[in-house]
Structure formats: structure tokens, C-alpha cells
Design a binder for this molecule. Structure first.
Ligand code: ADP
Ligand code: MG
Length: 247
């Protein structure tokens, strides 16, 4: 018997007014698995990620992360969210704080660590994203790729059990994408459970355990990257992949 999935989302529906954006999505993620989520713009990928940590409230369905029922009103949602790191397209660093300050602030605010402890942990997190030597730089002194790596350090410093990435390289100049993907691969090799929304098919081929293709608020098909890319079963998947690969 396989162990219980660390992320277990079932029959998720989400309505925004009359818009039915998620129409019954099931997503289970095993510990240490990297699930790569693809699909056309507007298919509901971001909304699904946001439902996993309850940044959006699903209209129906259940979400369990690391054994915690995320939708139970008795769940301490702020505490539960500490288990789920999230990285967005925009890095959202505080411009008036150094790289170290940005990472340490999260530790002080969320974990209540004293400054010295927070800074020691922040420095270790910056080392993991290969920015130890940029700790005292302000965001404006860092490239977009370095800023995104600080954002990743800020998330992993909190020692999450799962990391969600929503198009982490979409805002970057092409030459800066590789450094961010390299850090993500190292995280995966260290055993982090990850759900990644991205168009970086090369990364998916190299690092994903499973690709999930979504369209119109539903999962159309799922499988190992080799199968989904080389031999998609559904016409919509085929069309989407051939379109992406032309870029
Ligand atoms: N807060 C919101 N209010 C209203 N509609 C939204 C909101 N967030 C997303 N949507 C709509 O939900 C649909 C899915 O969006 P999204 O999850 O962002 O898709 P994707 O990430 O796959 O591009 C889109 O039609 C989008 O306009
Ligand atoms: Mg999106």
C-alpha cells in the first residue's frame, strides 16, 4: 500500500460569481513528488494552487495537506500555511530591506524568532539558493533571477513540507531562468514535495515525476513527462503541447 498523499485535494470546485473556474478537480501529491501543472491561460492552474493553501476558499471539495484539513473552520490556518511555501511570478520583496532582511523578516514574523536566530537561519537559506554572498544586497541591486531566489529562500527558511510554484520564471529574462530552475532542481533532489505551474517543458522533462494537464477547470490527463509529451492521449493536450513547443 502506498503511503497517504501529503497533498490530497478532492472534488474541488471554485466559483467566482457566475464563473465556474474549477469543476471537480482531484489532485493527490505523494511525499517528495514533483508534480508539474500545465494548461492554457485561464484553465484554473493558479486558482487550484491557491485553493491548496486556502488563499482561495474552494466552493466545494476537500483539501488535506500533511494530514491537516485545510477547510475545517477549527484549523489554525496561519499555522497550517507554514507547512506550505509559495513562490509567485512576482517576487514581492521589500525594497527597503536587504536579501537577508527579507528572509529574516519572515522568520521573525511567522516563527517569532529573535533577530539573531532569524538572521542565522536566513543566511543558511540564502546559502541553499547560492546567494550567501548577496545577503547584504537590496532587491534593486539584484537581478530578477537573484530576487526570485531570495523569494525561494524566504519560503524554504520556514521549513515547509510542500512548495507551490506559480510560474516562477515567467517574469524573468531568458538568461536568468536557468539559475532559478537549477535551485528548484536542487530542492527536489533534497526531497522537497513540489507542485509547479510553469511552461518550462525542459525542466518538466528533467525533473517532474508527473505532468498534469488542465483545461477549462478540469484535469484532462496526467502521466509521466515522457508519456504526456511524446504520446498525449487527448487532442487538447496534443494541441497545447505542440503550441508550447513551438516557442
Ligand atoms: N479573484 C478572481 N475573481 C474573478 N475571477 C477570477 C479570479 N481569479 C481568477 N479568476 C478567473 O478564473 C479563471 C482561471 O484563472 P486562473 O486560475 O488564474 O487560471 P490560470 O492560472 O490557469 O491562467 C480565469 O477565467 C480568471 O479570469
Ligand atoms: Mg496562473
Amino acid at each position: 500500500m502506498s503511503p497517504a498523499p501529503i497533498v490530497d485535494a478532492r472534488a474541488i470546485h471554485k466559483h467566482f460569481g457566475h464563473l465556474h473556474v474549477l469543476r471537480g478537480v482531484d489532485l493527490q501529491v505523494a511525499e517528495k513528488e514533483l508534480v508539474f501543472l500545465i494548461g492554457p491561460s485561464g484553465s484554473g492552474k493558479s486558482t487550484l494552487l491557491r485553493c491548496l493553501n486556502r488563499l482561495e476558499e474552494p466552493s466545494a471539495g476537500s483539501v488535506t495537506v500533511d494530514g491537516i484539513d485545510m477547510l475545517d473552520p477549527r484549523t489554525d490556518i496561519n499555522k497550517a500555511r507554514q507547512r506550505i511555501g509559495m513562490v509567485f511570478q512576482s517576487f514581492n520583496l521589500y525594497p527597503h530591506m536587504t536579501a537577508l532582511g527579507n528572509v529574516a523578516l519572515a522568520l521573525r514574523k511567522v516563527q517569532g524568532l529573535p533577530r539573531a536566530d532569524a538572521e542565522a537561519k536566513a543566511q543558511a537559506a540564502l546559502e541553499r539558493v547560492h546567494l550567501a554572498d548577496r545577503a547584504d544586497h537590496y532587491p534593486a541591486q539584484l537581478s530578477g533571477g537573484q530576487q526570485q531566489r531570495v523569494a525561494i529562500a524566504r519560503a524554504i527558511a520556514l521549513e515547509p513540507r510542500v512548495m507551490l510554484f506559480d510560474e516562477p520564471t515567467s517574469a524573468l529574462d531568458p538568461e536568468l531562468v536557468g539559475g532559478v530552475l537549477a535551485v528548484m532542481r536542487e530542492l527536489r533532489e533534497d526531497g522537497m514535495t513540489m507542485v509547479v505551474v510553469s511552461h518550462e517543458m525542459g525542466f518538466a522533462r528533467a525533473a517532474a515525476d508527473r505532468v498534469v494537464f488542465m483545461a477549462d477547470g478540469l484535469i484532462v490527463e496526467t502521466g509521466p513527462p515522457g508519456e504526456i509529451f511524446a504520446n498525449p492521449q487527448h487532442e487538447r493536450t496534443r494541441a497545447f503541447i505542440s503550441q508550447i513547443e513551438r516557442h
